[in-house]
Structures are given as C-alpha cells and as structure tokens.
Design a protein around this ligand. Sequence first.
Ligand code: UDP
Ligand code: MG
Length: 333
Amino acid sequence: MKTVDIIVPCYNEQEMLMAFFEETEKCVNSIEGYSFNYIFVNDGSKDNTLSLLRTLANRCERVKYISFSRNFGKEAAMYAGLSNSSGDYTIVMDADLQHPPALIPDMIAGINEGYDCVAAYRTTRTNEKPVRSFLSRCFYNFNNRITNVSMPQGAVDFRIMSKQMVRAIVNMPESQRFSKGLFSWIGFEIKWIPYENVERAMGETKWTMKSLFRYAIDGITSFSVAPLRMLSLLGAFISFIAFVYAIFILFKTLIFGIDAPGYASIIIIVLFLGGIIELSLGIIGEYLSRIFVESKGRPIYIERESNIVNDTISKEANKISTDALDVLRRKGE
Ligand code: UDP
Ligand code: MG
C-alpha cells in the first residue's frame, strides 16, 4: 500500500472546507493500492477555518493540519505542507474545489505509468476577466522566453509528485518562492493533464490585480537575470548612439561654428536618458531587494499549532544540514 499526502493551503476557506473534504474523500476512497492522508495548512485565516480543521482532525485520523501564526501566503503554505509530507507521493491542491478532485484517479494512473509527476493545466478560462486572461497569457509568453523554466499556458498548482521531487523542492531554501517555476526547474518526468476551469462555488479569490502583478515580477526575477542583461545591452546601444552624435556635433561645430539654439534636442536627450536611468535603477532595485530579503534568512513560515508529530522531510533536511555544519566545524578545528 502506497501512501499519498494531500496538501491543502487554506486561507479563509470556512465555506468550502467541508465540501472539499467530502468531495475529495469520495474520489480517493475507490482508488486501490493507495491510502490518502491530508495535510491542511491554515494560512492565518481570520474565519473559522482553524476550528473546522480541528473538528476534521478529531473526526478522521488521516487529517493533519498546521496552523500559521499569521498569513504568510499560499507559497509558504505549500512549502509548509511539502516539508511536513512523508508519503510516497504528495498532491498539492486548492481548498476551493477549483482543482477538481475527480482528476486524482487520472493522476494516480499517470504515476502508475511511471511518471514522477502528473500536473494539471486549465484549457479554458471561463468567467475570468478578459484583462486578467490577457495579462496572464503575456506573462507566460514573456516568462517562457526569458527564463530557463518553461510553464505551459494555464498551468496551475495542482499536481502529484514523487517523494524525490518533494525532497528536491523542500531542499530549495529560498524564502521568496515561485512554486510554478520551482516545480519546473527541478526537472523530472512530468505528465500534463488538461481540465476545464471550474468556478469557485463560495468564498472569494484572494488575488487582486496588484498581487498578481507582484507575483509576475517575482516569477521573472526568481528565474532570470535577463532584465539586467537587457539593461546592459540598452546601455551599450545608447552609448553607441551618443558617441556617433557627439562626433557629429563636434564636426558640425568645427565647420559651422557654435549654433546656440538646441533647446529641443537637449531637453529630449536629457528626459530620455533620465527615464532610462530611472528604469534601470528600478530593475536593479528589484533584484537588490530580493537579495536583501534572502540575506536575512528568515523562516518561510511560523507555526502556531499543529497535530503532526511524526518525522518529516524537513526534519531530515535540517539534520543533514546540521550534520554538514558539524563536519565543517570539525575541519576548522
Ligand atoms: N491561499 C492561501 N493563502 C493565501 C491566499 C490563498 O493559502 O494568502 C489558498 C486558498 O485558500 C486556496 C488557494 O490558496 O486554497 C488558492 O487561492 P484562491 O482561490 O484565492 O486563488 P485562485 O483560485 O483565484 O487563483
Ligand atoms: Mg481558487
């Protein structure tokens, strides 16, 4: 019997939680050869999510939960779940039934075919605001072009992964996590399965245009230094043009003498260069702020309550790094 942990990040999901659990149980109970456990991660919900989780855990011993001290974001919640997962396979899915549990049997079938990972992607984006769909398409196209990770259009965080993959993800210690990219960066054999977009039945999406924009910037800066390289190229190009123009002005002045009027050209050049410098500083600042945050090495999440007691991958990982430190210390002596 293989074990599968289902990780579910939850933020203010009191309306959906019970329906999610019942629906998922229906889908997984009939799968032979696998037993399913749940790791719910309460990401600082302000509603009754936590007390519902306690009730579920009392009712069913396969339900584990971790509750954060505040809202740390879905990425942190997924990381907490993955680092506490000890199953042979791990599924990550949303609590709002937008990731249909009916796909789980297909995912298990993919695993039985020998894949390390089976991941879902949306084929439709019904009822999504057209602006959001358009920006999202632009993001995927741009990101796939400039980074070395590729994500299919419509890829969502609904997937099953082998223990090895989970270990690889957990061993990436970065605190600004962009899981879609991390999942792709680690490689392994992935099977993609399509599904039709499902609307959220109750509750509401936590994404705003602003948070999506930040998420896109995170995605690009986590996996690519192409914007910095583009700046260097732009700088080189502008320097070349400036050099050619300087020679032109020099000869013009030598031949025709000083020509005082020139306000328009000067102001255009000053404004243009000013704009480019501001943009460059902004882009450098984005990378710098990421170094700043990473350099502090703060934990990705802080746990306030949990019913998990067993040994976990993160503990193993921690042990490995402390062992390595011990070796280094001994070498230093
Ligand atoms: N979520 C979370 N922390 C957050 C925001 C969201 O754990 O700060 C969870 C949420 O409870 C849900 C999943 O992440 O299970 C996806 O969130 P949402 O439905 O808001 O995103 P969408 O489906 O609109 O992309
Ligand atoms: Mg949702």
